[in-house]
Design a protein around this ligand. Structure first.
Ligand code: PRX
Length: 658
């Protein structure tokens, strides 16, 4: 490094606040600070600003119906169609030849869909789904990697009013079956396989195993042949080839179905504190308004932009900010099939340069990996097309933030650190890039109209600098409406903790810990429930534990998150063996396999620690905090309430000298 570089590094390291560059502010979609006050004074009517970004079939007359809290309704008497809003209206605006999706496969093949192309394929697939028997409100499951057919299938479902439930392709067959069973879903769209680090992976075999475990009849399965001759697969009785169906419906058109604003757009299963994933229900009007508005205000997307969110569509980030938000705004959204390090560690930067990407949105875990690989990879490419950077999924530490700012943004792009969740539908806490001072490590203030606070266990706001719990005290259009077929669990999980129903006060609890500073900037500290965050992927420790105790030879298991340099957190499993079973390598391997089968490789335990006992309180509750401290080699908290304090030393020894 030259002296100038060293000086620059030192300056950056100390700098705690960054202003957005004037060149950005001048062109920003939102740059007037008064928006915060305006939304506050005008709440909930302020949200018409979001709803009015959409084309409604029948205009809504009521913004918010809160007569049955916490079952809120937004724009409830309006009707619209999400597929119409993401496609048809752009054709009418004269933008039919604008690129909607730029897709790049791992091996370098590319596909480009203009809005007109997308219109054609979505219509044809919608016609095919109808022919297969899919009716309005039937849940269609999708188990697909990052291929263009995934957003096409999602939008085709939206067109005919059939909610989709996308299952991340990295999840196991068992996880697929659990989700299809929970949603009573009788239709599946999948594909034969995809490429990962140059290898062709068989996906349809996993899908078929999952289908075998579905506990009700499956009407039809559509399989896209992604790998051609690379992988032979045969279709079973109720299975159809995607391309054949499309050929049968060539040129077909399907009128977008008029959906009520509160009709379900999709379900997304996510992890919670129990062993069973939760079916988060999002609706058409509120969700689409909210992701469109936040894509405009926070991601600063303009139709002329090339925008790239490197998440997977199998997670909420991809739903909201690869598919619905960007397409609703009529921009070009980039989709990449592969991993960032294939064939080399500059793959993402190569793509940014190749497509002149304007806006790039990724996860801190990826940034930590880029940092570890070194700045020479981005330096090989011209990244000057970038205007804005974003992160999501977990806290970003100031070092990673500054690395991203300097080496990817060239110190000229604001960074939005966006806090939100599957349940919130869209971004909730972040700076607005054309307005706010950025403070690395802190997401920022709540967005206009969002009443996020940091409170103590009694619900009183904490003083600046003190840790507390994040709450949201007013509803917002993008919020989940309920957990599928489980209103009771919805109220229990998100509302009971801080609400006072007798006083008609309803407070949403996202189960995150947080701090707030004197300027109202919120730093999110992480989950306070038994959910861990591995590489930005949300996993329930209970789900992993139940997979482990399902392995022959295991008596009891406790899973916690241990700190990890790149992944953020990683799975630590503490396991008690059954009488007659040894703490063997074989058992360890079967435990890992058991977790991969039940959930998928992302949940694979990094460490399996055999122990004769688990630290428990006198009432028999496992002290997870202690197990976390052990995993992280930290000073142990209070052990005096333990029934079996000696076990802690034993476990500690085992972790240090495995
Ligand atoms: O703990 C928070 C963390 O991710 C959780 C939500 O996970 P999921 O529903 O899978 O959605 C991830 C993508 C929206 C939150 O409860 N989280 C998300 N974004 C941030 C974050 N933690 C800190 N800072 C963030 N920007």
């Amino acid at each position: 490094m030259s002296d100038a570089d060293v000086e620059l590094e030192a300056r950056l390291e100390e700098q705690e606040a960054f202003e957005p560059p004037a060149s950005f502010v001048d062109q920003a979609n939102v740059s007037d600070e008064s928006i915060y006050e305006e939304f506050e004074e005008n709440w909930p009517d302020c949200w018409t600003q979001a709803a009015d970004m959409l084309d409604w079939e029948r205009e809504y007359t009521e913004v918010l119906d809160d007569s049955d809290e916490p079952f809120y309704e937004w724009f409830g008497d309006g009707t619209l169609n999400a597929s119409y809003n993401c496609i048809d209206r752009h054709l009418e605006d004269g933008n039919k030849n604008r690129v909607a999706i730029k897709w790049e496969g791992e091996l370098g093949e590319t596909r480009t869909y203009t809005y007109q192309d997308l219109y054609r394929e979505v219509n044809e697939f919608a016609a095919a789904l109808r022919e297969l028997g899919v009716e309005e409100d039937d849940v269609v499951t999708m188990y697909m990697p990052m291929v263009p057919e995934l957003p096409i299938a999602m939008l085709a479902c939206a067109r005919i009013g059939a909610p989709h439930s996308v299952v991340f392709a990295g999840f196991s067959s068992e996880a697929l079956a659990t989700r299809m069973n929970a949603a009573d879903s009788e239709y599946l769209v999948t594909c034969d396989g995809y490429y990962r680090r140059g290898d062709a992976l068989d996906h349809v075999e996993k899908a078929n195993e999952g289908l075998d475990a579905v506990d009700h009849g499956v009407e039809a399965v559509v399989v896209k042949d992604r790998l051609g001759d690379e992988l032979d697969h045969s279709l079973k009785g109720n299975q159809y080839d995607w391309d054949d169906l499309m050929a049968d419906h060539l040129g077909d058109r399907v009128d977008p179905v008029e959906r009520g604003a509160e009709d379900m757009l999709f379900l997304m299963y996510t992890s919670g504190t129990t062993g069973k994933p939760k079916g988060v229900k999002h609706t058409t009007g509120g969700y689409l308004s909210y992701v469109t508005w936040t894509s405009h205000a926070v991601l600063d997307i303009e139709p002329e932009d090339t925008y790239w969110c490197s998440a997977d569509i199998g997670w909420i980030t991809g739903h909201s900010y690869i598919v619905y938000g960007p397409l609703s705004l009529g921009t070009t959204t980039v989709m990449y099939e592969g991993t960032p390090d294939y064939p080399a560690r500059d793959r993402l930067w190569e793509l940014v340069e190749k497509y002149s990407v304007d806006i790039f949105y990724t996860a801190p875990t990826a940034i930590r990996a880029f940092m570890k690989w070194g700045s020479r990879f981005p330096e090989e490419h011209d990244l000057s097309s970038l205007r804005l950077l974003g992160t999501v999924g977990e806290p970003i530490n100031p070092r990673a933030w500054k690395w991203y700012y300097k080496h990817i943004g060239g110190e000229e792009c604001p960074i939005v650190d966006t806090w939100w969740q599957t349940e919130t539908g869209g971004m909730m806490v972040t700076t607005l890039p054309g307005i706010g001072t950025m403070k690395p490590g802190s997401a920022g203030p709540p967005l206009p109209g969002i009443d996020a606070r940091v409170v103590d266990t009694n619900g009183h706001e904490v003083d600046a600098g003190r840790a507390g719990y994040l709450t949201v005290d007013k509803p917002w259009p993008g919020m989940l409406r309920t957990l599928y077929k489980n209103d009771e669990r919805f109220v229990e999980e998100y509302w009971e903790e801080y609400s006072d129903p007798e006083e008609d006060e309803w407070v949403y609890f996202p189960e995150d810990g947080a701090k707030i500073d004197d300027d109202g900037y919120i730093t999110v500290l992480g989950r306070v429930d038994d959910v861990i965050n591995v590489s930005g992927h949300r996993l329930g420790t209970m789900e992993i534990e139940s997979a482990i105790v399902g392995v022959e030879g295991v008596a009891e298991a406790a899973v916690v998150g241990g700190d990890h340099e790149v992944k953020g957190e990683t799975v630590y499993a503490y396991v008690i063996t059954e009488e007659g079973y040894d703490e063997s390598e074989d058992l360890r391997a079967r435990i890992i396999e058991g977790v991969e089968d039940a959930i998928g490789p992302i949940a694979r335990p990094e460490e399996v620690v055999f122990t004769p006992e688990l630290p428990k309180t006198r009432s028999g509750k496992i002290m997870r905090r202690l197990l976390e401290d052990i995993a992280n080699d930290e000073e142990l908290g209070d052990t005096s309430t333990l029934r079996n304090p000696d076990v802690v030393d034993d476990i500690q020894r085992k972790v240090r000298e495995p």
